[in-house]
Design a protein around this ligand. Structure first.
Ligand code: MOS
Length: 736
C-alpha cells in the first residue's frame, strides 16, 4: 500500500478551500457527535477504566505542610497493613515531577523542599484502591516546616517581570502618562480575580504498564498526547519512542490536562519497579491541591479617550502568581495588545512568587480574566462619556493591529455588536442604573466584547482508504468533549465523498501521527487541516487512478466521478490508499493578527433584599471563520459562557493564609454553575471565512465563549443595581 505525504506551512493566506463546495453536504451541519452513543452507553473507555490482570492500585502521599523540608518518610506502619505491596518513595523524583502540570518544559525544582501544601511525595501501592488509600494515611512524613509566602497582597512590591513565554510580558508604546494627562476622559480602576480550578468532571488518572522491551504505555487523562509523551519521557529519562500514550476519551481538561500531572509519573515509576500495571487516580482533593490552578490576578487598567470617545491610551498592568522558579505566567493582557486602538499603550505582567499550588493554563488563559478588567473599564468609560457601551466599542474599531501594525486576518466585531444588540433588544436597556425593577428584583443589561487569539499548532493525520470503501482517520489528537471525532469525520467524509458512517476516526494514541492536541482553541483548525491535507493528497491519487485532473474529480457517496464516468472508491484504491497530511505554522501568523470575535449580551436580576444574582437572559454573537459543525460549535460556546458566568458569580479558590492550603478543595465548596444557574444561552454565528488561518478558513472558538462573558455579567449587575464590583466572584456580600 502506498503512502503519500502532503505538508503545508502556513506562510500566506489560502484563498480557495476545498470546503467551499460541499458536495457531500457534511461541513457546517449541526450533526450529532459520532462518539455520543458510545459515551452514553458506557462503551467509551476513559483512562482509569482499562482493565488489566494483576493490576495494582496506587495512592499518593502528600506533604501535610505548606513549605519546608522533608526529612524522611516512616513507612513501616503502612507496609504492615493488609494487601499493601510497596511504598514507592523516591521523594526526589516525586517533588521534581509534581510541578509538571501546565507547560511543556521539564521541571528543575529542588529536591527535598516542599513548595506547597499537598505536594506529592510518594506512592503507596496495594492490591486494592481502598488498601492503598488506607495505607497512605498511615505514612508519616517527617519534616521541618518553615514559613512560606502566603500573603499575595503583602508581596506585590517583590514582584518581578517573568521571562517571555509564548506571550510577551511587556509592551510599551507612545507615552501612557502624557496620553492620560491629555485625555478628555480617563478611567483608572483596579480589578482582581481569584485563583481558580479547571474542575474537569473526570479526575486525573493514569494506568502505566511496561513491556519486555522496556517500553512504557500510559493510559492517561491528557489533552496533548504528542507533547505529554515528550514530558513523560523526559521525566523518566527515556527516549520518546519508548513511551506510548493512550487517551481516547477525556472527560474535560480545561487546561489542567495539557501537561502530565504527578499521578502519571508516579504510576510509571511504580509500575516499572513492581513489574506490573499500576493505576493511580487522584481524588478530587488531590486534583484541586496538586495539579494546577489558574493564577489569581490584580489588574490596574487605565484608559484615556478623546472628546469623541476614541481611545488614545490603553494601559493594563497586571500582577499574577506562581511557585518559585516557574516561568509560566497568566497572560492577562493577551487581548489588550490588539483589541482597541490608542497610540499610547502599556501592557505589563509581574509575577509574585507564592507557595501556592502550581499555576498553569486554564480555560482561555489570559482573556478569561483579562477581559473582565478591560471590558469592565470600557463599560465605566462609556458611562463617564455618557454614551452607550455598544456605541463606545463601535467607535473604537481599529483598522489594523494597533501594536504590531499588521492587518486583522478577519474581524467582524462591529457586526457581532450590532447584530447582537438588535436580536437581544438592547434598545430597551435603561442607561441609568437601578431604574428597572420588577417586584423585589432589579433588572439590568450588560454587554462585553469577546475575543480570543487564533493559533495554529503543528499537526499530522493519516487517512487510509480501504478496499471496502471506507476511510480510516488516525492521529493522536484528542477529543476532550469538544467534538473532534465528529468534525474530523465530517472533513474527511466531505473531501472524500463518503457518508459519515463510512468514516472511522481513531484518536488519542501516540502510535498514530502526532496531532495538535486539545489546547488553546487550536484543535479543530490544526488537526482539521492535517486531515484536510491528507484528503487532498488522496484526491490527487484518486484523480490519477481516474485518469483526470484533481479539479475534474467529484467524489460523492463512495463514487469517483469524472468526465461522465463513475467508479466506486473501493475499486480505485486497490489494496488500500493512504496519505499523511501535516500542517505547520508559518509566516501567516506574524503577518496578520488572527483572533476570533464575538459579543456577549446579558440580562441579570439582582434581588433588592438578598443581593442574589440570577442571569435571566443571554445572547452571544460569534464570528470565528467557517463553522465546521454548528452543533458542536454551539456547545463549545455555551460551555464557555457557562464558565464565564461561573467565574463572575461563584468560582474562587480560597488559600489558607497560615499555610497556603486550598481550603475549598472539592466541587461542594468550589462552586461551578449547575443547570439551575444558567438560563437558555442563545448563540448566533455570523458567516465569516478566514483565509490566513488555515485551508479550512476556520478559527478557534473553544475558549471564545468564556472570554468577556464575566464582564457582561458584571456590567449587567451594575446596570441593574448601581453597584460596580471589580473583583470576582461577584458574591452577594459585595452587592449589599
Ligand atoms: Mo486550554 S487552557 O489551552 O486547555
Amino acid at each position: 500500500m502506498s503512502e503519500d505525504t502532503n505538508t503545508l506551512t502556513m506562510d500566506k493566506p489560502v484563498e480557495q478551500s476545498l470546503l467551499d463546495t460541499s458536495v457531500q453536504e457534511l461541513i457546517g451541519k449541526p450533526l450529532d457527535r459520532i462518539d455520543g452513543p458510545a459515551k452514553v452507553a458506557g462503551r467509551a473507555t476513559y483512562a482509569a477504566e482499562y482493565g488489566f490482570d494483576n493490576l495494582a492500585y496506587g495512592f499518593l502521599v502528600r506533604a501535610p505542610f505548606g513549605f519546608g523540608d522533608v526529612d524522611g518518610l516512616d513507612t513501616e506502619a503502612a507496609l504492615a497493613l493488609p494487601d499493601v505491596i510497596d511504598v514507592v518513595s523516591d521523594v526526589e523524583t516525586f517533588l521534581r515531577n509534581s510541578q509538571q502540570g501546565g507547560e511543556t518544559k521539564a521541571p528543575t525544582q529542588g529536591v527535598s523542599r516542599v513548595d506547597y501544601f499537598g505536594q506529592p511525595l510518594a506512592l503507596v501501592v496495594a492490591e486494592s484502591y481502598e488498601a492503598a488509600r488506607d495505607a497512605a494515611a498511615a505514612v508519616r512524613v517527617r519534616h521541618s516546616a518553615g514559613v512560606g509566602e502566603w500573603d499575595f497582597d503583602g508581596r506585590l512590591d517583590e514582584a518581578t517581570t517573568p521571562p517571555p513565554s509564548q506571550i510577551k510580558p511587556k509592551t510599551e508604546q507612545g507615552d501612557v502618562e502624557q496620553g492620560l494627562t491629555d485625555a478628555a476622559f480617563t478611567i483608572d480602576a483596579t480589578y482582581a480575580t481569584p485563583s481558580q480550578n479547571s474542575a474537569a468532571m473526570e479526575l486525573h488518572g493514569s494506568i502505566a504498564t511496561w513491556d519486555a522491551e522496556g517500553k512504557l504505555t500510559l493510559y492517561g487523562a491528557l489533552q496533548m498526547p504528542a507533547s505529554d509523551r515528550l514530558q513523560l519521557a523526559d521525566a523518566l529519562g527515556l527516549k520518546a519512542d519508548q513511551v506510548r500514550i493512550v487517551a481516547k476519551y477525556v472527560g474535560g481538561g480545561f487546561g489542567s490536562k495539557l501537561g502530565i500531572a504527578p499521578e502519571s509519573v508516579a504510576a510509571a515509576v511504580a509500575s516499572k519497579k513492581l513489574g506490573r500495571p499500576v493505576k493511580v487516580v487522584m481524588t478530587r482533593h488531590q486534583v484541586f491541591e496538586a495539579t494546577v490552578r489558574r493564577s489569581n490576578t490584580r489588574q490596574r487598567v487605565r484608559l484615556g479617550a478623546d472628546a469623541n470617545g476614541r481611545l488614545t491610551t490603553v494601559s493594563h498592568e497586571n500582577h499574577v502568581s506562581n511557585l518559585p522558579d516557574e516561568d509560566y505566567f497568566e497572560p492577562v493582557g493577551v487581548s489588550t495588545h490588539f483589541l482597541y486602538p490608542g497610540e499610547n499603550r502599556r501592557v505589563t505582567h509581574e509575577q509574585v512568587v507564592m507557595n501556592w499550588t502550581l499555576a498553569g493554563s486554564m480555560r482561555a488563559p489570559g482573556e478569561a480574566v483579562g477581559m473582565f478588567a478591560i471590558e469592565g473599564a470600557m463599560d465605566e468609560l462609556a458611562e463617564q462619556i455618557g454614551i452607550d457601551p455598544v456605541e463606545l466599542r463601535l467607535r473604537n474599531e481599529p483598522e489594523q493591529d494597533p501594536e504590531k501594525k499588521v492587518p486583522y486576518s478577519s474581524r467582524h466585531l462591529s457586526q457581532c455588536l450590532r447584530e447582537g444588540a438588535e436580536r437581544f433588544g438592547w434598545s430597551e436597556r435603561s442607561a441609568t442604573p437601578a431604574t428597572r425593577r420588577e417586584g423585589e428584583w432589579f433588572v439590568g443589561m450588560g454587554v462585553a466584547t469577546a475575543t480570543r487569539t487564533n493559533m495554529l499548532q503543528k499537526s499530522s493525520a493519516r487517512i487510509t482508504l480501504t478496499p471496502s470503501g471506507t476511510a480510516l482517520v488516525e492521529t493522536d489528537m484528542t477529543d476532550i468533549g469538544t467534538g473532534t471525532y465528529t468534525i474530523l469525520a465530517q472533513i474527511a467524509g466531505e473531501l472524500l465523498g463518503l457518508p459519515l458512517d463510512k468514516v472511522e476516526v481513531r484518536l488519542g494514541d501516540t502510535d498514530a501521527p502526532p496531532g495538535a492536541g486539545s489546547g488553546g482553541s487550536w484543535g479543530a483548525g490544526s488537526s482539521g487541516t492535517s486531515v484536510y491535507l491528507a484528503a487532498e493528497q488522496l484526491r490527487t491519487q484518486l484523480a490519477k487512478a481516474m485518469d483526470c485532473d484533481a479539479e475534474e474529480l467529484t467524489l460523492k457517496d463512495g463514487q469517483a466521478i469524472a468526465r461522465n464516468h463513475s467508479r466506486p472508491l473501493s475499486e480505485l484504491v486497490g489494496t488500500g490508499m493512504s496519505a499523511v497530511g501535516t500542517v505547520r505554522p508559518g509566516k501567516a501568523e506574524k503577518q496578520s493578527n488572527q483572533a476570533s470575535y464575538g459579543a456577549h449580551f446579558c440580562e441579570v436580576r439582582v434581588n433588592a433584599t438578598t443581593g442574589e444574582v440570577r442571569v435571566s437572559r443571554w445572547l452571544s454573537t460569534v464570528a470565528a471563520g467557517r463553522i465546521l459543525n454548528e452543533k458542536t460549535a454551539r456547545s463549545q460556546v455555551i460551555g464557555g459562557v457557562t464558565f464565564g458566568i461561573g467565574a463572575a458569580l461563584t468560582e474562587e479558590l480560597v488559600h489558607d493564609p497560615r499555610d497556603g492550603r486550598i481550603v475549598n478543595n472539592d466541587l461542594a465548596e468550589y462552586h461551578v454553575p449547575v443547570n439551575a444557574d444558567i438560563p437558555p444561552l442563545e448563540v448566533v454565528f455570523l458567516p465569516e471565512r478566514d483565509h490566513w488561518a488555515n485551508p479550512l478558513h476556520a478559527k478557534g472558538l473553544g475558549e471564545l465563549g468564556i472570554s468577556g462573558a464575566g464582564a457582561a455579567v458584571a456590567a449587567a449587575i451594575y446596570n441593574a443595581c448601581g453597584v460596580r464590583v471589580r473583583d470576582f466572584p461577584i458574591t452577594l456580600d459585595k452587592l449589599l
